[in-house]
Ligand binder design. Structure first.
Ligand SMILES: Nc1nc2c(ncn2[C@@H]2O[C@H](COP(=O)(O)OP(=O)(O)OP(=O)(O)O)[C@@H](O)[C@H]2O)c(=O)[nH]1
Ligand SMILES: [Mg+2]
Length: 333
């Protein structure tokens, strides 16, 4: 990987990884190419980006000519602190999990292929919300191609399995096999491939449902014997709720965000109702961008109350915010 990548490049790379359409991919690849330092050490990266830009342009052109597919692709706008996509084989308990964690009410039924369209819901963790997306099942013969975009665009994937079902282990393996040779892969951590930026990895947890079943422990033993996955594992019952607190917290933590509360210069107390969520490592400028498009350019200074500073310390726009910080923005009129 080329040295001295700028924050703008890294931001574009993050947006590229989460692109849901070829048009979005092209836009961010072009920003990455514009931002990459043009020196010897980055030559390989420059060539790779140029190739990828040409490939993506061809892909867009080809899709213009092709007749429109009749699919049930739903563009789900991102909401909340981040997005977690729930995938798995038929009847694994995906929709039941969405029902447990959110107010969304997808159809839940004891037979396969119940879910035919993706459905979002908002899961609460303390005072913030994470977007969960339930999806149709994946099998060797059935795969909605829009799932690639969902998986790429998500901060986290939950790969759901019912180990107590006779087909559970095979169905989980089928999902893994289905994604194994694509450019959208499940992984322990999210990121782009070092040698091929077109290959993206999304952090994944294995979620085993039916923990309430008396057969669960034996079934998990069998699962481990036959299906080796490197992902962190959570065992839950989406009916009696056991194991779900730990999973809820782990989902939130995987969003990799900090919460920031804003305070008006004229007020004594911050607005505690609804924190802003920013990616770990974000600055006061990033907070400005989130609130109003020209706040960053009109920014004068901020005062911060929080773990990194003495109460009310005056900071510049590049100050990196911490979880729980109260920030008072002073913006030129
Ligand atoms: N006892 C028990 N039943 C569960 C659990 N999770 C799901 N179920 C049941 O398993 C069946 C299938 O659950 P769904 O959530 O519809 O499964 P799905 O993965 O969404 O299935 P498709 O939409 O067909 O892919 C339903 O009858 C659920 O009530 C669990 O943790 N414990
Ligand atoms: Mg379902």
């Amino acid at each position: 990987m080329a040295a001295n990548l700028t924050p703008q490049y890294l931001k574009a790379e993050e947006e590229y990884r989460r692109s849901q359409t070829p048009e979005e991919e092209l836009k961010w690849l072009q920003v990455m190419f514009a931002e990459i330092p043009k020196h010897k050490a980055s030559e390989k990266m420059q060539v790779m980006l140029k190739t990828k830009i040409a490939e993506t342009k061809r892909e867009i052109e080809a899709s213009k000519g092709a007749s429109k597919k009749v699919g049930k692709s739903v563009k789900i706008p991102r909401q909340g602190a981040g997005t977690c996509v729930i995938i798995g084989g038929p009847n694994a308990g995906k929709s039941q999990l969405l029902t447990f964690f959110t107010k969304a009410r997808p159809e839940v039924a004891p037979y396969p292929f119940t879910t035919q369209t993706a459905m979002p819901g908002m899961m609460q963790w303390e005072d913030v919300f994470v977007q969960l997306v339930d999806t149709p099942p994946i099998t060797p013969d059935f795969f909605e191609s829009y799932l690639y975009g969902y998986i790429r665009g998500a901060e986290l994937v939950l790969l759901v399995v019912d180990p107590t079902s006779d087909e559970g282990i095979q169905q989980c393996q089928d999902v893994l096999d289905r994604l194994q040779n694509t450019k959208t892969r499940l992984a322990v951590e999210s990121g782009l491939d070092e040698d091929d930026v077109g290959l993206s990895y999304t952090k994944t947890f294995l979620v085993a449902t039916h923990k309430d079943s008396p057969d669960f422990d034996d079934a998990m033993e069998l699962f481990h014997e036959f299906c080796k996955v490197p992902f962190k594992e959570y065992c839950v019952s989406a009916t009696d709720g056991s194991g779900t607190d730990e999973l809820r917290t782990a989902i939130y933590e995987s969003m990799n965000v900090v919460r920031v509360y804003t305070k008006q210069p004229t007020q004594k107390q911050p607005d505690r109702d609804k924190p802003f969520t920013l990616r770990v490592g974000s600055s006061v400028f990033d907070l400005c961008d989130l609130i109003h498009k020209d706040y960053a350019s009109r920014f004068k200074f901020a005062r911060v109350w929080g773990e990194g500073v003495h109460d009310g310390t005056v900071v510049k726009g590049d100050y990196v915010v911490h979880d729980g910080d109260v920030v008072e923005l002073n913006i030129a009129p």
